[in-house]
Design a protein around this ligand. Structure first.
Ligand SMILES: [Zn+2]
Length: 364
């Protein structure tokens, strides 16, 4: 005689949900994501539990990207372990790693055949940096362009995790990176080129002082945003255009314009007229560029970040007012779009990469 099967105990849906939550709420094991921001000069790490970043400030090492993939991948893995040890994190708690690097790269982290900006080593050409790091760590890795990562961080700080907002971020560094976030989605594009804002052409001849110059970007374009608004632009376009107006200025004694370019920010903060004029030109370039973005995307916010404006608040506010004065007249209805300074500038890339990792988790 066959015994009847006891009826399956099916808990009500609400108690099942509570049970699942109690499992995931247990402090151990935690479910974390990591962010790794690999730049040409530094690698930066962070850990995120979905609410808090476990590393408050910078956690970085000099980047060995120039020594090629093998050395660099080893460095990233060692650095992540070191950062984990230092902040009482076990790598077994890390569900996904978000990796940000300079582009150009495919949306899935295959670096361009021309290699990545600042990663001068032949073996980077066409290299699958996302796949290689995942293999090295034994943890899933998601890829994000570093400009997009910064943009994602700025957007998150302004609008929180759940939102339908649109923002445009421009990040002024050696070049000009950034990102476009529409309805809380980072635009990457099928080829990974969405958000390559530095190579958008602008009417540079309208910028006072540049009417007769021909700014050329490293990408070969004449008059794109990066050719006027970047550290490279200071050296190649702006100092040559403006220095002759200031005979006897201390920067005229500097024969190496690259070194001179690096001195401009601190001079500008002190109010030096030449340095302020150089930054005003960059701000006006941003104004012209943002006008295009406003008329294309109708964003909720514009965000400016990068080393150029890692300065005191007085200079940052002056820079924003210069951007506004470079904006062509707006429709009255468009006038109120705020311009923000990127929060936590140095850690924005790693934090944005961690946010991208979090977004890849189906349950979060
Ligand atoms: Zn360019």
């Amino acid at each position: 005689m066959e015994l009847a099967q006891p009826p399956a105990i099916i808990p009500p849906l609400a108690s099942l949900k509570k049970h699942l939550e109690s499992i995931t709420m247990q402090p151990n094991p935690r479910k974390l994501v990591a962010g790794v921001d690999l730049g040409g000069t530094a690698v930066n790490y962070t850990f995120f539990d979905g609410s808090n970043f476990l590393i408050e400030g910078l956690c970085e090492h000099p980047s060995l990207a120039r020594q090629g993939p093998e050395v660099c991948l080893g460095q990233m893995a060692d650095g992540l372990k070191l950062a984990a040890d230092r902040h009482n994190v076990s790598l077994s708690e890390v569900a996904v790693v978000g990796l940000g690097t300079p582009g150009p790269a495919s949306a899935n982290g295959i670096l361009s055949t021309r290699g990545s900006t600042n990663f001068v080593h032949a073996a980077w050409s066409g290299f699958d940096i996302r796949g290689a790091l995942a293999q090295k760590l034994g943890v899933p890795v998601v890829y994000i362009n570093d400009g997009n990562a910064g943009a994602l961080w700025g957007h998150y700080v302004l609008f929180g995790r759940e939102n339908q907002a649109t923002s445009i971020s421009a990040i002024i560094g050696t070049g000009l990176g950034g990102g476009v976030i529409v309805d809380n989605q980072v635009l990457k594009g099928p080829h990974g080129f969405a958000g390559e804002l530095g190579h958008v052409l602008i009417p540079w001849q309208r910028i006072p002082g540049l009417e007769n110059s021909r700014p050329v970007c490293n990408c070969g374009r004449l008059g794109d945003l990066e050719s006027v608004c970047s550290l490279t632009a200071l050296e190649k376009s702006l100092l040559p255009a403006f220095l002759p107006k200031y005979p006897g200025h201390e920067l005229t004694k500097q024969s190496d314009l690259r070194k001179a370019a690096r001195l401009v920010r601190s001079l500008a903060e002190k109010g030096d007229p030449l340095a302020r004029e150089l930054f005003a030109a960059q701000a006006h370039a941003l104004g012209l560029f943002f006008d295009q973005m406003i008329n294309t995307f109708d964003p909720d916010a514009l965000i400016v970040g990068g080393g150029a404006i890692e300065t005191g608040p007085e200079f940052q506010q002056w820079f924003i007012s210069e951007i506004r004065s470079g904006l062509p007249p707006q429709w009255q209805e468009q006038g109120g779009i705020p311009i923000h300074i990127m929060p936590n500038g140095d850690t924005a890339g790693a934090r944005g990469a961690a946010l991208e990792a979090l977004r890849s988790l189906p349950s979060r």
